[in-house]
Design a protein around this ligand. Structure first.
Ligand code: IMP
Length: 185
């Protein structure tokens, strides 16, 4: 479609622009830095969608002594909550203050699995920071401490989020119009 760059969804629109994203991420980073002063938390990112958000969030915690580690998981069937750890943490989190950083929480089943797994390792504390929260779809209650934006029931891409591995490098968050005929794009 004319007016769209090659990597933009042909039937999509910008939901959250880059400037607003960066402003909110700076606020989250400042909040975390204030809450965790003197605590040296570990920020745990769940690959791969979180990398863009986590990189910006880390820069926004300027001055906070903290560490970073990553997990990778695979889900079997959306909404099943059956998850396998493909890559585990390299750091022991026993007795540590852990901030689990997610790009998006939808039903919450994936996050519940990860939280139970991490809780079994006896961290001193464990909270969740998610950029996006699709609250309307939530099936299980979760202790989300930091939320960037609550969004509606829309499929979103960009700023790290993908559809079949595409669109992760868009600087804005886009809604993909699922009513459009995607084969045309
Ligand atoms: P949940 O277990 O239903 O909460 O699913 C969470 C996972 O589904 C996220 O970590 C994403 O990988 C994926 N996901 C859910 N909604 C979206 C979306 O709108 N765009 C891209 N990925 C999504």
């Amino acid at each position: 479609m004319s007016g769209h760059r090659p990597n933009e969804p042909p039937h999509g629109y910008v939901l959250i622009g880059a400037a607003l994203l960066h402003q909110r991420v700076r606020e989250l980073g400042a909040q975390i830095a204030a809450d965790y002063a003197e605590k040296r938390p570990i920020l745990v990112g769940v690959l791969r969608g979180v990398v863009v958000f986590l990189a910006d969030l880390l820069k926004a915690t300027d001055g906070l002594p903290c560490e970073v580690d990553f997990m990778a998981i695979s889900s079997y069937g959306s909404g099943s909550g059956v998850v396998r750890i493909e890559k585990d943490l390299e750091t022991s989190i026993e007795g540590r203050h852990v901030i689990l950083v997610e790009d998006i929480v939808d039903t919450g089943l994936t996050l519940r699995f990860i939280l139970r797994n991490l809780e079994a390792r006896r961290p001193a504390s464990l909270v969740v920071c998610t950029l996006l929260d699709k609250q309307a779809h939530r099936l299980v209650p979760l202790p989300i401490r930091y939320t960037g934006f609550a969004i509606g029931d829309r499929f979103v891409v960009g700023y790290g989020l993908d559809e079949k591995q595409r669109y992760r490098n868009l600087p804005d968050i886009w809604v993909i119009d699922e009513t459009a005929d995607r084969s045309a794009g």
